[in-house]
Design a protein around this ligand. Structure first.
Ligand code: PPS
Length: 297
């Protein structure tokens, strides 16, 4: 009888004190020799904060609004995920020099600043950081754990929320992540965006991105980007909805990757007691920071 090794849901592995999906931690260790170039562009987020959305917006910008070109490959190939590694799926780095990557390259990471390959910082690579309020992130991350088999089993929502608040989920503390990248934006070219602002007025945020990139596009293309990257369009699009990955990696029957795409969904999951506890914890952790998150738009 053939022995099949069960590679799904291994326990988290710690790297410089940060818990990570075991395979991602292993890949991060090998990234220290990663050579970045000044024209690269890095999309950075804490997980479940709008990475895929801003990645698709950027690829359309890079392709000058040619939507046919944006259908050339799934988003995780067009915008390689630096530290991605999982059994049976090509690693992020194997796509990063491929023919489907934008030119100059767009890259994605969820790494906290302390684990980012040094070359990206030394080369002053431009970063687009997207942050989202932690209540919606926690709910999205919980549902994602149920479908993405590289993560440990999330257990009950209540126990997952405790782990999230303690920073004992992959990529560690949401608080530390959003603060570190905020602080980096004082000395490094980081455009710090908020998911809530994108939901509120996407065209305004697209114009901010264009300004940061130092490029301009006709208003019709900005309209086109807004339409093409609506939640509905991206949910239907196999090049953005992650359905092209094998089901042993992402099980969309447990929860779709493109799940709800709204602000305030946390209200359907948090109990009153969980919400009160979270608010008190949030107030302590964010005290003294000029970073403001909105819980609804
Ligand atoms: S990941 O796995 O960390 O890269 O996920 P990420 O892309 O950062 O976040 C996934 C959540 O973003 C929502 N999403 C969108 N919302 C609005 N509009 C668009 N176009 C869009 N694209 C992705 C996606 O639905 C996930 O949120 P939830 O709350 O789970 O629906």
């Amino acid at each position: 009888m053939e022995l099949v090794q069960d590679t799904s849901r291994p326990p988290l592995k710690y790297l410089k004190g940060i818990p990570m999906v075991k395979y991602f931690a292993e890949a991060t260790e090998t990234l220290q020799n990663f050579q970045a170039f000044p024209d690269d562009l890095l999309v950075s987020t804490y997980p479940k904060s709008g990475t895929t959305w801003v990645s698709e917006i950027l690829d359309v910008i890079y392709q000058g609004g040619d939507l046919e070109k944006c259908r050339r490959a799934p988003i995780y190939i067009r915008v390689p995920f630096l530290e991605f590694k999982s059994p049976g799926v090509p690693s992020g780095m194997s796509s990063s020099s491929g023919k489907y990557t934008a030119t100059p390259p767009l890259l994605k990471t969820h790494l906290p600043v302390s684990l980012v390959p040094q070359s990206l910082l030394h080369q002053k690579v431009k970063v687009i950081y997207v942050a989202c309020n932690p209540k919606d992130v926690a709910v999205s991350y919980y549902n994602f754990h149920n479908m993405a088999k590289v993560h440990p089993d999330p257990g009950t929502w209540d126990s997952f929320l405790e782990k999230f608040m303690d920073g004992k989920v992959s990529y560690g503390s949401w608080y530390q992540h959003v603060k570190e990248w905020w602080e980096l934006s004082r000395s490094h070219p980081v455009l710090y965006l908020f998911y809530e602002d994108m939901k509120e007025n996407l065209k305004r945020e697209i114009r901010k991105i264009l300004g940061f990139l130092g490029c301009s596009l006709p208003e019709e293309i900005v309209d086109l980007i807004e339409q093409h990257t609506s939640f509905k369009k991206m949910k239907e699009n196999p090049m953005t909805n992650y359905t092209t990955l094998p089901s042993h990696h992402m099980d969309h029957s447990a929860s779709p990757f493109m799940r709800k795409g709204i602000i305030g969904d946390w209200k359907n999951t948090f109990t009153v007691a969980q919400n009160e506890r979270f608010d008190a914890h949030y107030a302590k952790k964010m005290a003294g920071y000029d970073l403001n998150f909105r819980w609804q738009v």
